[in-house]
Design a protein around this ligand. Sequence first.
Ligand code: R5P
Length: 303
Amino acid sequence: MKKTVLYGDRTNVSLSQNLARELHLPLFYPEIHVFPDGEKRIRVVEEVVGLEIFILKSFSTPVDGNILEFLFTIDALKRAGGKSVTAIIPYLAYQRADHVFRSGEAVPLSVIVSLIEKAGVNSCVLLEPHSIKIPELFTIPVTHVSAIPIFAEKISSMFQNLSQVSVVSPDMGGIRRVKQLADLLPGVTWAAVNKDRDLVSGNINATHHIGDISPICVIVDDICSTGKTIAQAADYLSRQGAREVYCFCTHPVFSGDVTAILQSANLKMICITDSLYVSPEKQFDTLETISVASLLANHINRK
Ligand code: R5P
C-alpha cells in the first residue's frame, strides 16, 4: 500500500482541510518559528521517511515570504526522508511575469520555477495558470487544472436562456479561456474587451471589443488583484448595452482597495474560487466562493 500524506497551507486552512477530506489523507502542517528579524525556522515533526507527500501552498501575500516558506518546507521534507513531493500550487505568484516586457527586466517566473525544481519538488499541480505556456517552463511533470468546467456548471444553473448570455474576457489575453467556456455552454457567445494598461501608473482603459455582447454578460478572468480590469470591463459592457454583468474569477489576489472598487463596479455578482483565502474584511454581499477542493482531488486521483 502506498503511504501518502498531505501538508497543508496555513494561509488557507479551509482548502487544506477540504482537500485532505477529498483525498482521504492525513493532514499535517510544518512547524514554523519566526525569529525577531523575520527569518523562519521550518521543521517537519512527523515521520515521513519513504512517504509520498503532497504539499498544498498558494503563493499568497506576502508573496516572497510565502514562497520561501514553501521552499524551506520542501527542503525539510526531503531532508527528513520523504520519497517524493508533489506540490499543489493553486495560485502561482509571478505567473504574469513570464517574459521580458521591456528591455532590462528580469523574468521572475523563470527564477521561481528553477527554485521550485531545485528545492526537490518531483511534480506540480497548477490551477488555471495565466498562460498555457507556463507548464512548459518546468522540466518536472506539471498537471494543469482548469476551473472553467466548474464555472460552466455554475453559469448553466444560473441562467435559463443561455442564448441571452455572452462570456467575456476583460482582455485579449483571455480569449482561449472564454472560448473554452462557451464550448461547454450551448447557445452562449463570447467576446473579448481590449485593455490598455499603463505599466507605470497601473491605470486601465477598456477601449473596444471583438465578438458578441449579449444582454447578460459574464466576465471571466484568471486573476483579480486590484479589481481595476474587471471594473473597467464591467463599465465598458454596460456602456455597450449589457443589461446585467456578472464576473467569474479563479484567483482572488485581492490587493489594495479591491473591495471598494468591486463593490462600486457595475456587477450583479462576483464568483471566485478558494485558491486563495479572502479575509472577512475583504468579503462583501455579492461575492460568492466555489471550492476547488474536489476539482483538485479529482485530477490528483487520476494521476
Ligand atoms: C491579466 O492579464 C490578468 O488576466 C488579470 O486581468 C489581471 O491580472 C487583473 O489585475 P487587476 O485586478 O489588478 O486589474
